[in-house]
Design a protein around this ligand. Sequence first.
Ligand SMILES: *[C@@H]1O[C@H](CO)[C@@H](O)[C@H](O)[C@H]1NC(C)=O
Ligand SMILES: *[C@@H]1O[C@H](CO)[C@@H](O)[C@H](O)[C@H]1NC(C)=O
Ligand SMILES: *[C@@H]1O[C@H](CO)[C@@H](O)[C@H](O)[C@H]1NC(C)=O
Ligand SMILES: *[C@@H]1O[C@H](CO)[C@@H](O)[C@H](O)[C@H]1NC(C)=O
Ligand SMILES: *[C@@H]1O[C@H](CO)[C@@H](O)[C@H](O)[C@H]1NC(C)=O
Ligand SMILES: *[C@@H]1O[C@H](CO)[C@@H](O)[C@H](O)[C@H]1NC(C)=O
Length: 388
Amino acid sequence: MPERRLPISTPAAAGPRRHPRRQRRHCRLLVLPAFALALVSLAYLSFSSHPNLPFHEKHHDMASIKDVKERMDQRQTLDAKVKANLSMTKVESEPFKRRKKSRKHYVPCQIEFLPSVDDLVEPGIYNNFTGFSLNYISKENVSSSNGIFEPLFGGHQSLQEREETYYARNQTLHCGFVQGPEDYPNTGFDLDENDKIYMASCHVVVSSCIFGSSDYLRRPTKSKIGPYSKKNVCFVMFLDELTLGTLSSEGTGPDETGFIGLWRIVVVEKLPYKDMRRAGKVPKFLAHRLFPFAMYSIWLDSKLRLNADPMLIVEYFLWRNKAEYAISVHYDRTCVSEEVLQNKRLNKYNHTAIDEQFYFYQSDGLVKFNESGREPVLPSCSYHYLMI
Ligand SMILES: *[C@@H]1O[C@H](CO)[C@@H](O)[C@H](O)[C@H]1NC(C)=O
Ligand SMILES: *[C@@H]1O[C@H](CO)[C@@H](O)[C@H](O)[C@H]1NC(C)=O
Ligand SMILES: *[C@@H]1O[C@H](CO)[C@@H](O)[C@H](O)[C@H]1NC(C)=O
Ligand SMILES: *[C@@H]1O[C@H](CO)[C@@H](O)[C@H](O)[C@H]1NC(C)=O
Ligand SMILES: *[C@@H]1O[C@H](CO)[C@@H](O)[C@H](O)[C@H]1NC(C)=O
Ligand SMILES: *[C@@H]1O[C@H](CO)[C@@H](O)[C@H](O)[C@H]1NC(C)=O
C-alpha cells in the first residue's frame, strides 16, 4: 500500500483515514458529548457536494435495526481500512499551559505534495452515490411529556428519527441550528450577517475554532501557502468573545479588516453548550451547514498549525485518490474504548455520561478495533520522547 503522508506542521502527526463515508455529513454526531469524537479527528478534510449529499449506501426501504447494525459494523471496518502518515502539529497529550514535563514529541512526516498548485485542475465529480437531497429542520415546537418546551440547538430528535437519517433518501432531518417557537430564546451559535455572507461565498475552506480562551491561536505558515490559496481559500477561525478578548488584550487581536494573519476571525455569540469541547464540535462537524456552498473543507484542531498549502492537501488526499474524505489517525489510540479510558483518566467529562455514551455506541454495533483484521493498517509516524 502506498505511503501517504502529509506535513501540515511541526511537532505532530497522525495518519488520515480515507474512505467514502458519507454518514459523517449527518448530524447525529452533533448530539454526542464532546469526548466522543476526539478519538479520530485531529484534522480532517472532506469533499462536500452540497446541496445533494450523496450517500455511499444504497437506499433501503425498510429501516431495520439489524441493517443499521450491520452497516455500522461495516463502517468500523472501513474506518480501519486506510491509515497513513499525516504530519501535523500536535501537543495533545499536554494540556494547555502546562509545561516542563516529559512529553511525547511527534515528528512531522514528509509528504510528497505536488511542487505547486499551478497545474492543478479540479476534477469533476468522481463519486458514484445515490443522489438525494436533505433539508434541515430549522424550527420545532415539540413539547416533552411534561409539557415544558426547552429549546435545544440539536433539536428534539427521537431515536427512531435518528435511525431514519441513516438512509440515503430525500429527507428533512435535525442538524443543529434548530430554533424553538417564537418567544423562546434562540439556541445559540449566532453569527454576524456579514460573516454569513462571506462564509456562503467560500468554495474551499480551512476552518478551526478556539472557544473559552482554551488555546493559543496558531497562524498558518504563510510561506507555505501559495498566492492562489491566499486569494481563493477561506481561512476561518471561529472564536467566542472571551477568546477574542484575551487575544485583543494580549495585542494579538484581529486587524481592522477582521483578520489575524490569514485567519478571518468569525465571532460566535451564545455558544449552545457550556462545555467548550462540545461547543467546538459545532464548527467541526457542521462545516457543511456553516459553509453551505463549499466543495472542500479542511478542519484543523486548534492545536495544529497549517503548514502546507490547502489546495495541495486537497489534491494529495482527495483528488489523487478519488477519495471524498480523509481523516487523521490518532497517534496513540486507535480504539474508542481506549479513548473512553483516556477521557476518564483526564477527567474530561462526567464519567457516568461517558459510560452511557459508550454503551450507546456498543448497542449501535461498535466493536473493538481489531488491528489484525482483514485490511492492512499503516502505522502513524514514528515518534520519540523528549525531556523538556
Ligand atoms: C457506479 O456504481 C454502480 C453500482 O455500484 C456500478 O454499477 C457503476 O458501474 C458505477 N459507475 C461508475 C461510473 O463507476
Ligand atoms: C429525491 O428527489 C428528487 C426530486 O426532488 C428526485 O429526482 C430523486 O430521485 C429523489 N431521490 C431519491 C433517492 O428518492
Ligand atoms: C406547532 O407548530 C405547528 C405549525 O406551526 C402548529 O400547528 C402547532 O399548533 C404548534 N404546536 C404547539 C404545541 O405550539
Ligand atoms: C453525570 O451524568 C449522569 C448521567 O448522565 C447524571 O445523572 C449525573 O447527574 C451527572 N453528574 C454530574 C455531576 O453532572
Ligand atoms: C482480529 O481479527 C483476526 C483476523 O480477522 C482474528 O483472527 C482475531 O480473532 C481477531 N481478534 C479479535 C480480538 O477479535
Ligand atoms: C511514517 O512516517 C515515518 C517517519 O517519517 C516513517 O518512518 C514511516 O515509514 C512512515 N510510515 C508510513 C506507512 O508512511
